[in-house]
Ligand binder design. Structure first.
Ligand code: NAD
Length: 376
């Protein structure tokens, strides 16, 4: 098989495969092409790719010669005309956001593998790009908050007096939230955590955080480990308690999400007005509406002296390791799709392949895509 690596468009600094992972593909008997300057924003030069065994080509040639194309984000709209029937595209899809794009490429007969649809099962853990990128986001969110906060994170006892540790409130203890707990604790902060899934209580405690329980949370085993929408009564109770804890906090890291839905609003504007001036809120749920009522996606704003960062693209700010994790996840996925001679076999009986395939033979395959887009 011939695999092609795109150079990303827009502000994206990651690349789907770095030179280190090109070598792994070559060992799988896969021929690798990479678009000229594919890795330059992730600090990987064309000569690094060439040394690892990739051939550097123009975008036109890449699309023409590759059987499978890899990218972080869906390729540009204008590339669609160059794709041909039977070609395979593998990227993070965001099906709801890219519904029209997907409809068009479906008509072309291109197979789309959506890396954000890899099932969250134990067998698929090594292919789980959402977890890898959430790890980066949780880490970076805390560092960003620490650098903006006009106070120390750790406690200090010095000749100049005692400095109390910063208090960090984390909303949502999924992969990003738990990473944020770990980093904030390593920096010496006191950490409190809210989540609606009781299963994370022990994990939060083992990382040194305090889990704040709100009674009456709705949980649904059929949601596959994800959170579900809560009742109005629960929301009110939770908002009151969050208000109390946010007023005491110096930093809030907001990560709460419900798949396919708008993010729950957990921090009201009145709460922000009561927070200490100089406090920092980092809202990782910004692209789905934000957990804070005042969040503006892609912007950093200051209201009542509180800095609110609405940012969902931290992985692009750490392109070297984010791309490395991304590439390793792709390689682990390819290992279940490619035989020892490097020939691709998309076995739709395999739950991971089936769940990840958004479109094949001009039809929607993944049940989750069908549900998200409300199509058959
Ligand atoms: P996510 O990004 O969907 O949500 C982040 C967190 O926000 C979740 O913990 C969720 O419970 C929480 N949340 C949602 N609504 C909330 C509210 N109103 N108040 C407070 N918190 C709220 O989560 P994620 O990081 O993608 O992880 C989701 C699940 O997937 C978890 O159970 C995780 O353990 C599981 N998972 C499994 C695997 C695997 O087995 N391969 C890999 C990664 C994650």
């Amino acid at each position: 098989m011939v695999i092609g690596i795109f150079k990303e468009g827009g502000n994206e600094k990651r690349v789907a495969i770095l030179p280190g992972e090109v070598s792994a593909l070559k060992k799988m008997n896969i021929e690798v092409l990479a678009e000229i300057h594919a890795g330059e924003r992730a600090f990987a030069s064309d000569s690094d790719y060439a040394a690892a065994g990739a051939s550097m080509v123009s975008r036109k040639e890449l699309i023409l010669k590759s059987e499978m194309l890899l990218s972080v984000n869906p390729p540009l709209e204008e590339d669609q005309n160059s794709f041909r029937e039977g070609q395979i595209l593998c990227c993070v899809l965001n099906p709801v956001e890219n519904k029209e794009w997907l409809e068009k490429i479906k008509l072309k007969g291109v197979t789309v593998l959506a890396l954000d649809l890899v099932p969250r099962t134990t067998r698929a853990q090594s292919m789980d790009i959402l977890s890898s990128m959430a790890t980066v986001s949780g880490y970076k969110a805390v560092l960003e908050a620490a650098s903006l906060l006009p106070r120390f994170f750790p406690m200090f006892m010095s000749a100049a007096g005692t400095i109390k540790p910063a208090r960090v409130l984390i909303l949502g203890a999924g992969v990003a939230g738990l990473q944020a707990v770990a980093v904030a604790r390593k920096l010496g902060a006191v950490v409190e955590v809210f989540d609606v899934r009781s299963a994370v209580k022990e994990e939060v405690k083992s990382l040194g955080g305090k889990f704040i329980e709100v009674e009456g949370a709705k949980e649904d085993a059929a949601a596959g480990g994800y959170a579900v929408e809560q009742s109005d009564e629960f929301k009110k109770k939770q908002q009151d308690l969050i208000q109390q804890r946010a007023i005491a906090a110096d930093v809030v890291i907001a990560t709460a999400q419900i798949p396919g839905k708008k993010a729950p609003v957990l921090l009201l504007k009145e709460t922000v007005a009561s927070m200490k001036p100089g406090s920092v809120i980092v809202d990782l749920a910004a692209s789905t509406g934000g957990n804070c009522q005042l969040t503006e996606n892609g912007k950093s704003i200051v209201i009542h002296g509180v800095t609110i960062i609405g940012k969902s693209d931290f992985p692009s700010d750490m392109p070297s390791d984010a791309s490395k994790m991304f590439g390793n996840n792709i390689i682990n996925l390819l290992k279940i799709m490619v035989d020892k001679d490097g020939i691709l076999n998309l076995n739709m009986q395999d739950d991971i392949i089936n769940g990840t395939t958004a479109i094949h033979n001009k039809e929607y395959i993944s049940q989750r895509v069908k549900q998200m887009l409300n199509v058959k």
